[in-house]
Write a protein that binds this ligand. Structure first.
Ligand code: C2E
Ligand code: CA
Ligand code: CA
Ligand code: CA
Length: 280
């Protein structure tokens, strides 16, 4: 941010910054209402085993259908929720909702699938995050072996020691952890050894350009090898074409997700097209 001092710049400041500030206040009010009125929904995108081609998990992705403004993408409102602190409430809602949905599917007789939930840096850094998660697990009776948290690379690079503590607590509870958007952040490989994680998710940008840019293909290959050296499983994100899938297969990538298999789906559609009933 630049500091506004002079008179000349203050005109510019008030017209432009006030609008942004107003938008922020409005969206804050709207997010509070959305939490009260149940306007948020979770969609789920299947994660596929590259070799067996079976669905091995689901990533929960939040959707907001605003009563007046229509669909607002998470890339728009999550950053604003992070700035206003409301992400804590949204995050709690997301975790509870995913756990409840898992239990509903169990009761309905579907084979259980691991559910990956996105956790923002702000949530992870709260001192009571693991306690909140424990409460939700108790309340919903979720089996934590089927719960996974996706954390972006950069979020663990601030307050690293505290984050590692929280991550260790979560792992002890039986939850798995993955590093999301791998390759886009600090990309310091040293931390892979320090962090108690199970999965690396290679960012879509590398996957999408892997067929057209030799350098991206090399990076993808190197990331997979690196992850395997650390005993981590690799998930490739944003797989849109069969050709990329064969490249991933050649390089022994473990899992993938992307439009090639399926977009994120609402519950009803997931039940009819993706989930399987247990046979016994
Ligand atoms: P992300 O965690 O990296 O999620 C992957 C995004 O890529 C999702 O966008 C997904 O719909 C999209 N995607 C999946 N496959 C493909 C593909 O083959 N091609 C393309 N072009 N895109 C694909 P979405 O749902 O709009 O979410 C955007 C971001 O918003 C997420 O990125 C995540 O950072 C954040 N987000 C979403 N839901 C939550 C949530 O519940 N909590 C938090 N804290 N953040 C969330
Ligand atoms: Ca994610
Ligand atoms: Ca990602
Ligand atoms: Ca992302």
């Amino acid at each position: 941010y630049c500091k506004i001092n002079g008179r000349n710049s203050s005109f510019f400041y008030s017209s432009k910054m006030d609008k942004i500030y107003n938008d922020m206040l409005l969206i804050e009010v709207d997010i509070r209402k959305a939490l009260q009125n149940n306007e948020f929904k979770l969609f789920y995108q299947p994660q596929i085993d590259v070799l067996s081609e079976k669905v091995i998990g689901l990533e929960a992705l939040i959707r907001w259908n605003h009563p007046l403004k229509g669909a607002i993408p998470p890339s728009t409102f999550i950053p604003l929720a992070e700035e206003s602190g409301l992400i804590t409430q949204i995050g709690e809602w997301v975790i509870r909702e995913a756990c409840q949905q898992f239990m509903i599917w169990r009761v309905k007789g579907y084979q259980p699938l691991r559910i990956a939930v996105n956790v923002s840096a702000i949530e992870l850094q709260r001192f009571d995050f693991a306690d909140k998660v424990a409460i939700i697990i108790n309340e919903t009776e979720m089996d934590p072996a089927y719960l996974e948290f996706e954390i972006t690379e950069n979020s663990v690079m601030q307050n690293t020691e505290d984050c590692i503590k929280t991550m260790n607590t979560l792992r002890k509870m039986g939850i798995s952890l993955s590093i999301d958007d791998f390759g886009t952040g600090y990309s310091s490989f040293g931390y892979l050894k320090k962090f108690p994680i199970n999965y690396l998710k290679i960012d879509q940008s590398f996957i999408r350009s892997a067929l057209t840019e030799a350098s991206s293909a090399e990076i993808v290959k190197a990331m997979i090898q690196l992850a395997h050296n650390f005993d981590l499983k690799v998930v490739a994100e944003g797989v849109e074409e069969a050709n990329i899938l064969s490249l991933l297969r050649d390089h022994h990538c473990d899992y993938y997700q992307g439009y090639f298999y399926s977009k994120p789906l609402p519950i009803e559609q997931l039940e009819t097209t993706v989930l399987c009933k247990t046979t016994n």
